[in-house]
Design a protein around this ligand. Structure first.
Ligand code: NAI
Ligand code: OAA
Length: 330
């Protein structure tokens, strides 16, 4: 990615609540670093373009030295033309009475064309992060419509789950999040996800030994992390926004700048068949990043409990993929 030339960052759903928490941080340099100017490309549906214009006015008013310009679009082809980083946040949320198939169908109608637009015009180094739910399957749909873009450029966000797990474990063990390494989220960004402590360490000691309470891990830690999105909605009356934006910043920053030596993080990436996850599915794995590429952490031992949890979440991903196929969306 160029350092002196502005990097084009396209954000879809720019007028939504995550968009509002995300754009200012991108423009201030937190996404790509303090030496990289950015040009923002905002994509919204026509009825939300005016709100996006309001956000753009506020971005101007911040006088960010790294912000090289803002373009606002209601057309995906224009919004992704020449884009280097695509943050696909805008999605059709689930509303009362909506079945899973309806949600997949509505989002297939968004992420298929956006994948095609990325295929048609994005820069050759494009990196895509899908935040909009169902994030893994939306990323898979977009990738299916972008045959000329290497599939590993399409990723789904499970960094929020990873960060939630770090916070829960730190609180329980009276440690800090920086003491914790090698925690992992596996599977789907949904309630079936598997937050895995079996390889995690806290200040170098096995996390499970520090916790020393299997029942807490099984009955409290895992469900708390997996259902945190619903708990935030219940408490706030709206879904996670600032923490989701923060995780998107973390995901792309790590992708571009790498993981620290000896540690890893979690991201939804296209499976290469590792750990029995069918090739091609976008599943969360423990991953490292270096040279701008994610790599699934190889050769981890998977115990019986973990195997069962990973398989259950991956089964849900397979079901989503089959439902999308049955709907004729790919
Ligand atoms: N992966 C994750 O960890 C998380 C994912 N999410 C998901 O992120 C998505 C966005 O959340 P919020 O910002 O809170 O929603 P929101 O409803 O506040 O904003 C969504 C925005 O997307 C726009 N939009 C809809 N269709 C679009 C299209 N085809 N092109 C461009 N823009 C479009 C809407 O006009 C709206 O402004 C939701 O799907 C939510 O479930 C939220 C939190 C965490
Ligand atoms: O649960 C939701 O609707 C939003 C979400 O993905 C999360 O907060 O993890």
């Amino acid at each position: 990615m160029p350092v002196s030339q502005p990097v084009n960052v396209t954000v879809t759903g720019a007028a939504g609540q995550i968009g509002y928490a995300l754009l200012f941080r991108v423009a201030s340099g937190q996404l790509l670093g303090p030496d990289t100017p950015v040009r923002l490309r905002l994509l919204e549906v026509p009825q939300a373009v005016k709100a996006a214009e309001g956000t753009a006015m506020e971005l101007d008013d911040c006088a960010f030295p790294l912000l090289a310009g803002i373009d606002i679009h209601d057309d995906a082809t224009a919004a992704f033309d020449g884009t280097n980083v695509a943050l696909l946040v805008g999605a059709r949320p689930r509303t009362a009475g909506m079945e899973r198939g309806d949600l997949l169908s509505a989002n297939g109608g968004i992420f298929g064309p956006q994948g095609a637009a990325i295929n048609a015009g994005a820069a050759s180094d494009v990196r895509v992060l899908v935040v909009g739910n169902p994030a893994n399957t939306n990323a898979w749909i977009a990738a299916q419509h972008a045959p000329d873009v290497p599939a590993d450029r399409f990723t789904a966000m499970t960094r929020l789950d990873h960060n939630r797990a770090l916070a829960q474990l730190a609180a329980r063990t009276r440690s800090t999040v920086s003491d914790i390494q090698r925690l992992a989220i596996w599977g789907n960004h949904s309630a079936t996800q598997y937050p895995d402590l079996t390889h995690a360490t806290i200040s170098g000691r096995p996390a499970l030994e520090v916790v020393d309470d299997e029942a807490w891990v099984r009955d409290t830690f895992i469900p708390t992390v997996a259902k945190r999105g619903a708990a935030i909605i219940e408490a706030r009356g709206a879904s996670s926004a600032a923490s989701a934006a923060n995780a998107a910043i973390d995901h792309v920053h790590t992708w571009v700048h790498g993981t620290p030596e000896g540690d890893w993080t979690s991201a939804g990436v296209v499976s290469d068949g590792s750990y029995g996850v069918p090739e091609g599915l976008v599943s969360s794995f423990p991953v490292t990043s270096s040279g701008g590429e994610w790599r699934i952490v190889p050769d981890l031992d998977v115990d019986d409990f973990s195997r069962e949890r990973i398989d259950a979440s991956v089964a849900e991903l397979v079901e989503e993929r089959e439902a999308v196929r049955a709907l004729g969306l790919v």
